[in-house]
Design a binder for this molecule. Structure first.
Ligand SMILES: *Cc1c(COP(=O)(O)O)cnc(C)c1O
Length: 432
């Protein structure tokens, strides 16, 4: 499969190049040159296939010959080694729990799949590749865990000192080995600026091979299709008409769902649920794309004003707003609606939502009343324990900490403290 840059459709590269580069040289996102069609017999008898087999059949056309079958199956086995259960929450509303991975983040799937692919492509290269990422919390943990022990890959993670939760900091700073945490005495914006400067620095480029692991990489984006196929597998017998409500920030997850639908997965409708960072809901209403400034909210992994993957959504719908509207509705919700819903759902159904899942649940409740024939799955993207501090008091005591996470608290933190300056990062990297 070839991938083209959304800035220049003539610029085509292999899957390997798309994975290693992340972004095209013209800053365009990569997009597959064609959309594979899933076999209809396969879709109808999905329940007869193992999760790994489904994942293999879904992703292999996007990878093509560039990774052999046995290796690709291995990468999938390393990616999907935890469950994706569905829980009924209320009438026609089901939670697809994506937080059972090693760092309790749904981003574990994308990060692990990308780590597997990059490790594969770097296997026989003499020079290691250095993955450089800035994190405000969640992404860094998933990337660190996904790339831990991958041969030929060094990972350097920048995080703002004192601005991530204790649990998140432990996830970044206790792995060691090929993972180094740089604790920056500044903000997340400082971290991002430093990383950007490093990627543009010619002297650094000559010294080492740098790449990013950010969410626009095709190897992080595409494996998110698995969620939708695996949910459909579990739901299809009893729920022929299925809608998905996706709490959205950068719109990578929902765009993967739309790609699954484009391959033939029967999805009745998508709901793109956002917090008050409502650029997309406003666009869907008015046709005007006018990103503002990101506003901090309780569902902070979705505090995105200009979602980077939305260009891929538009591409999937041929840049045609009416056909996007036919398949997708988008609603935004405030923090007070989010908290009220967390309370209500706990009180009425004894289910604990995290703030991101709560936004997804709200989206579904907005859509379902007018579509009585549809059942809905909302994606529960984070474990509630990650947002314990802001959970309503009556819920907090009932949030349990999974064993594998509890063990982290007693591990020793190791980080390298750096001032928030581009030159400090460069000097540190040159010593490596
Ligand atoms: C990243 C993230 C999201 C948003 O996903 P996108 O693909 O960026 O839309 C939602 N919830 C949680 C918990 C996340 O970490």
């Amino acid at each position: 499969m070839q991938y083209f840059s959304l800035q220049n459709h003539q610029h085509r590269v292999s899957f390997e190049t798309a994975v290693v580069e992340g972004l095209a040289p013209d800053k365009g996102l990569y997009f597959p040159e064609r959309i594979p069609v899933a076999d209809s017999n396969f879709l109808q008898s999905l329940h007869e296939y193992s999760d790994h087999e489904i994942a293999y059949r879904v992703i292999s056309p996007f990878v093509g010959e560039e990774i052999g079958e046995a290796d690709l199956r291995n990468i999938i086995a390393g990616t999907l080694h935890f469950p994706f259960p569905i829980q009924k929450v209320s009438d026609r509303s089901y939670a697809l729990e994506l937080f059972h991975g090693p760092t309790l983040a749904f981003k574990d799937v994308g990060a692990r799949f990308m780590a597997g692919c990059l490790g594969h492509f770097r296997k026989n290269k003499s020079q290691p590749v250095t993955v450089l990422v800035a994190t405000s919390g969640d992404t860094g943990g998933a990337v660190a865990s996904g790339f831990h022990h991958v041969p030929g890959v060094q990972v350097v993670i920048l995080y703002p000192s004192g601005k991530v939760s204790t649990l998140q900091e432990k996830q970044l700073t206790t792995l060691n080995g090929n993972i180094t945490a740089l604790e920056i005495q500044g903000s997340f914006d400082d971290c991002q600026r430093m990383v950007k400067a490093a990627f543009l620095d010619k002297e650094l480029q000559a010294h080492m091979s740098l790449t990013s692991a950010n969410s626009i990489n095709v190897a992080r984006w595409l494996p998110q299709m698995f969620y939708y196929f695996l949910a459909y597998k579990q739901m299809k017998a009893a729920h022929p008409k299925l809608a998905f409500s996706v709490p959205s920030g950068n719109f990578g997850n929902i765009c993967a769902g739309m790609m699954a639908a484009a391959m033939g997965l029967p999805v009745a409708h998508f709901i793109a649920a956002t917090n008050v960072n409502d650029t997309v809901p406003r666009f869907m209403e008015s046709g005007q794309y006018t990103p503002g400034k990101a506003v901090p909210t309780l569902s902070n992994a979705m505090d995105v004003a200009d979602p980077s993957n939305f260009v891929r959504v538009l591409q999937l719908f041929g840049n045609n707003l009416p056909s996007l509207r036919e398949k997708c509705s988008s609603y935004s919700f405030t923090d007070s609606q989010t908290v009220a819903t967390m309370r209500q759902v706990w009180k009425d159904y004894h289910y604990i939502l995290d703030p991101h899942g709560a936004v997804g649940y709200l989206g579904l409740q907005q859509y379902l009343p007018e579509h009585p024939e549809v059942s809905g799955v909302f994606l529960e993207t984070a474990h509630p324990v990650k947002f314990e501090d802001t959970a309503p008091e009556e819920i907090r005591d009932y949030i349990s900490i999974p064993e594998r996470v509890r063990a982290l608290y007693s591990k020793e933190k190791k980080s390298v403290l750096l001032p928030p300056e581009e030159s400090a990062l460069k000097a540190w990297l040159l010593q490596q």
